[in-house]
Design a protein around this ligand. Structure first.
Ligand code: PEP
Length: 260
């Protein structure tokens, strides 16, 4: 059983889907499913493409569903063609942003240093960064998954001061599980999340480590979520493909029982 002070969080990563008006029906259906969310219930956040952000305040008005973006520039303004800054995201009412998703590391060459700067930019603008870490299959097969994942976390959080780490969320997303249908076992997910929390305790002290929420992500579905979410160091899930189905996302959210 995880620390009840950490409110469970289910975050749906829409990736490059539901970017415009065609997604409005999804949002209405999700809002209907979640209508009864109360303060002590799990939190539900959707991470939408930039083009959907102007539509979200209206689409989600009066619902408890919160939203954020999938990427943030490390810079606040200037000659960075195609990038979107923290102030732009907060201007659209975003409260969350992904940093270091493996698809950005792979397709956009984002290094740990870049990820670090994006986490820092999010915190600077009072956005909650969801820092993604996790190993590829070759690293797991070699038995180096803990070292790899802790190194990624360490590099993303060191360097220039990261001012309010307790606002941080870390998602353990093994690359071999993302979009593959091969969900990690609850024990495997707990092993890594427990190691991340232990590392945070060594680095920043037990009190800070106890406050930081850790998610598991990688092929989570309603059929697999409850067992994963029961693990003591797992405070929620980052859900990709399954989040495109409002009924499925709502079922995952319902499986994240409030901690008593
Ligand atoms: C993700 O994109 O973060 C993810 C976990 O995807 P999926 O659930 O589809 O594996």
């Amino acid at each position: 059983m995880a620390n009840p002070a950490r409110r469970p969080l289910i975050a749906g990563n829409w990736k490059m889907n539901l970017g415009g008006r065609q997604g409005l029906d999804h949002r209405r259906r999700l809002a209907d499913e979640i209508a009864a969310q109360a303060d002590n219930q799990p939190q539900l956040v959707v991470l939408a493409p930039f083009t959907a952000l102007p539509l979200l305040p209206e689409a989600l008005a009066g619902t408890p569903v919160e939203y954020g973006a999938q990427d943030i520039s490390a810079h606040d303004s200037g000659a960075f063609t195609g990038d979107i800054s923290g102030p732009m995201l907060t201007g659209f009412g975003c409260r969350y942003v992904l940093a270091g998703h493996s698809e950005r590391r792979e397709h956009h060459g984002e290094t740990d240093e870049v990820v670090h700067d994006k986490v820092a930019a999010a915190l600077r603008h009072r956005l909650t960064p969801i820092l993604c870490v996790g190993e590829p299959l070759t690293v797991r097969t070699a038995g180096q998954h803990l070292r790899h994942t802790l190194d990624q976390a360490e590099r993303a959080l060191t360097g220039p001061p990261v001012d309010d780490l307790t606002a941080l969320v870390i998602a353990y997303e093994p690359v071999w599980a993302i979009g593959t249908g091969h969900v990690a076992t609850p024990d495997d997910a707990q092993e890594v999340c427990g190691a991340i929390r232990g590392h945070l305790a060594d680095r920043y002290g037990p009190a800070a480590a106890e406050q930081i929420r850790l998610l598991y992500g990688g092929s989570v579905k309603a059929s697999s979520s409850a067992a994963i979410l029961r693990q003591p160091d797992i405070d929620g899930a980052l859900v990709g493909g399954a989040s495109l189905d409002p009924g499925e996302l709502a079922a995952i959210w319902r499986s994240a029982q409030p901690r008593t």
